[in-house]
Ligand binder design. Sequence first.
Ligand code: SAM
Length: 353
Amino acid sequence: MTLSLTSTFDYVACQHGAEPTLKQVFCEPNGTYRLAYSQKGLVTLKSNFAIPCWSKVLPTHPLVRSRGHILKKCEGEVAETLVQSIVEEYRGLDWTDLHVWQRDIAQPGWHGFEPGRSALAHYVAEAFEKRLREVEDERAARVNQIASLDSRVLEIIIDDPNRWWIATRLVQNVEDGWVGGVYVPHEPADMISRAYLKIAEAISWSQMPIRPGDQVVEIGSSPGGACQHLIDLGAKVTGVDPAEMDPRIADHPSFEHWRARSLQVKRKAFAPFRFLICDANVAPNYTLDTIESIVAYPTTSVEGLIMTIKLSSWEQSDHIAEHLERVRGWGFTQVAARQLAHNRREYCIAAKR
Ligand SMILES: C[S@@+](CC[C@H](N)C(=O)[O-])C[C@H]1O[C@@H](n2cnc3c(N)ncnc32)[C@H](O)[C@@H]1O
């Protein structure tokens, strides 16, 4: 028998600290939602009407990392017992993928914490896989795998170890297919900085077509985590930064360092680059002015941009729409914003021609 379910609650997951902004955005007076249960990194929203669990209507905002329709809260002391009852109850639902993840316990980068690497979620995912094999459900192979477009994902969100939420999501874009909205890149043992993770996630999310041999420039490149990833992709990389580069990057044959602030570099020097990355720790308008002066220059032929925009306060996220409008004004047709799982108090703009 195929189950057909509806939901009157949605959830959004986000970085710690983004919750008040999202509550304000989604729970306007007379809006679609009213605030329900919330915790750091997880906000649930009560909808005015019941919608089918695979409905495409889902909360959307650049600070939303993951979203879905909530079916139920489950509480219990023993993971295996919960797993068994959830499999029993939802086997009849036509989900294609099952994702298990844990609400963030801290801000990204805090004492080595990175989203999407929870040992508990890993343990519970294994228990689901085992149980699904026991009941000969072929979907055991689809536990915590990246889901493709139009997949129907059943989510188990570990809010606290003894309190889980069951949710559903129809995958509508790349990031919807990631477990908990987190892209977990391969992490090299000699990773130079967290920026390696950030650029790997940004490229995956934006599907920026950086290929071996492409010329890429990064403004704000020191110490070199992002350059390390770009070099791993086979790109020829130039870093613009007054600070020193890590010697492993500085001495790499695919790397050149222009040791200067971006404004000290002649605009025509940017002519050879196909992709421009900016990860400078400066105010949003400084970043946007700098990039505008480069892309508006007649000899520049940049096809893709990835920019980190710092948020000195969460209220600054009110300006995201204006920032995107400005980037569109430079002639980029595909422009998007997302607070990446590996971003701290900042967000990412990606733009393609
Ligand atoms: C967050 S760090 C960049 C991390 C780097 N992307 C990595 O992969 O390791 C910010 C950098 O921006 C640089 N920066 C700040 N203002 C700059 C400017 N006007 N031009 C170039 N670099 C700048 C700083 O020197 C600093 O090294």
